[in-house]
Design a protein around this ligand. Structure first.
Ligand code: FCB
Length: 422
């Protein structure tokens, strides 16, 4: 049995390039992902976000799905190039109109809009001048944040500036697996980091000056380590690996983006998918291998609910800020069965395990105030294309039809009981 605090927020999440499509509609400018996905060999199956889940046209259905599940919040992102097609201050009214529709429909349905300002679709015009390598991008981002903050004042109160800097910098400018597909040398790569941090700081100030009651966070990710046993030294090993990089361990660290940011964050968003066990060895903390045949999702990510208990505990200990789980979920090989329904028992089992673990983390003191499932619907999974289905709702891409999976009905019951049914 899981237990969640009174007022705990239950939601689902998405991101513009992954769901919208309509890439040439409503005056939207080009993004780095348009260019990257149309470069042969970059995205699996040659997929692109040109159509995606067609939410640009079907967003009303998405709002209805949220309503049907009884959710209290929807995390979605605004496409920067819809608002600022050239990345500058020539704002695009059509872009505001599109998001006005969504925000107002959510409010009317009693669903809080949680807006991410940057979920990786950088205006190509800015990339042409160096993108995140160039400090100008941080200032352009602040101008965009300020303008959007003014526009949605009093309607949107919760903001995520940037989604997973570790990923878009690491994979976009380091390994080249994501847009813009660059493999930059160390010092230029570090410049991207500095500019992303600056972008968050400036945007956070801009959003607070637009409306003093705005709550601003960012959606972080990193490698979560959990103790291999309940021995205190193993807990210490996991804590150290989560924040500090020992020689030879290559990892995305929470500390890399969150340290020194506490006064620019009203809360911390954590995207939690998987972790790894740690123990204290003779020479310090060390990783414990997964046993043969360990359960893995369709992305090949290990199923490690322990990450959902220990990640928030460690982040709470270190920063003392309220935490929201801004993403958690898994991809399965879902398809519509002969009965026309989509049966996804693995997702229900995964969610049960992770939510129980979250409840244990909260019982141990982590101040977690909400949970957003990734994702509301199936969507364009970046370099993996449409092969990876993360939704509570299945999307038949050729027709755009949405079919709630078994897990959507399960999640509705979980939410209705405030988690007690989990
Ligand atoms: C996260 C991203 C999100 C989605 C999930 C599966 O890293 O923030 O857009 O792709 O992974």
């Amino acid at each position: 049995m899981a237990q969640f605090p009174k007022g705990f927020l239950w939601g689902a999440a998405s991101a513009s390039y992954q769901i919208e499509g309509g890439v040439k509609e409503g005056g939207r400018g080009e993004s780095v992902w348009d260019v990257f996905s149309h470069t042969p060999g970059k995205v699996r199956y040659g997929d692109s976000g040109d159509l995606a889940a067609d939410s640009y046209h079907r967003w009303r259905e998405d709002v209805q799905l949220l309503k049907d599940m009884g959710l209290g919040a929807y995390r979605f992102s605004m496409a920067w190039p819809r608002i600022a097609p050239n990345g500058d201050t020539n704002w695009n009214q059509n872009g505001f109109d599109y998001y006005d529709g969504i925000v107002d429909a959510l409010l009317e349905a009693g669903i809080e809009p949680w807006v991410t300002l940057y979920h990786w679709d950088l205006p190509q015009a800015l990339q042409n001048r160096g993108g995140w390598q160039n400090e100008e991008t941080a200032h352009a981002f602040a101008a965009y944040a300020g303008r959007v903050g003014e526009h949605f004042k009093g309607r949107v109160r919760h903001w995520l500036t940037i989604n997973e800097p570790q990923c878009f910098i690491g994979m976009g400018y380091g390994t080249g697996e994501h847009a813009p597909g660059l493999t930059l040398p160390g010092e230029v790569y570090d410049q991207c980091w500095r500019n992303a941090r600056l972008a968050h700081v400036l945007a956070s100030d801009a959003l607070h000056s637009a409306d003093g009651s705005n709550q601003v966070g960012l959606a972080s990710t990193g490698d979560i380590w959990y103790p291999a046993s309940d021995r205190e030294e193993d807990v210490e090993a996991a804590r150290q690996l989560t924040f500090a990089r020992p020689e030879g361990v290559d990892s995305f660290l929470f500390g890399m983006i969150l340290d020194g940011m506490a006064d620019k964050l009203d809360f911390i968003g954590m995207n939690v998918y998987h972790g790894r066990a740690a123990r204290m060895g003779g020479n310090g903390p060390e990783a414990v291998d997964f046993p043969a045949g360990y359960p893995r999702t369709a992305m090949d990510w290990p199923v490690t609910p322990q990450a959902m208990e220990w990640g928030p505990r460690f982040v709470h200990e270190r920063y003392g800020l309220p935490i929201y789980i801004t993403e958690n979920g898994l991809s399965c090989r879902d398809w519509a069965a002969l009965d026309g329904k989509v049966h996804d028992p693995n997702r229900i089992d995964f969610l049960t395990r992770y939510l129980r673990a979250l409840s244990a983390g909260i019982a141990a003191g982590a101040d977690v105030r909400g949970y957003f499932h990734w994702a509301l619907t199936d969507n364009f999974e970046w370099a993996e294309g449409y092969g990876q289905r993360f939704g509570l709702v299945y999307v038949d891409y050729p027709t755009g039809e949405r079919i709630p999976k078994d897990s959507a009905a399960w999640y509705r019951e979980a939410v209705k009981s405030s988690g007690a049914a989990v």
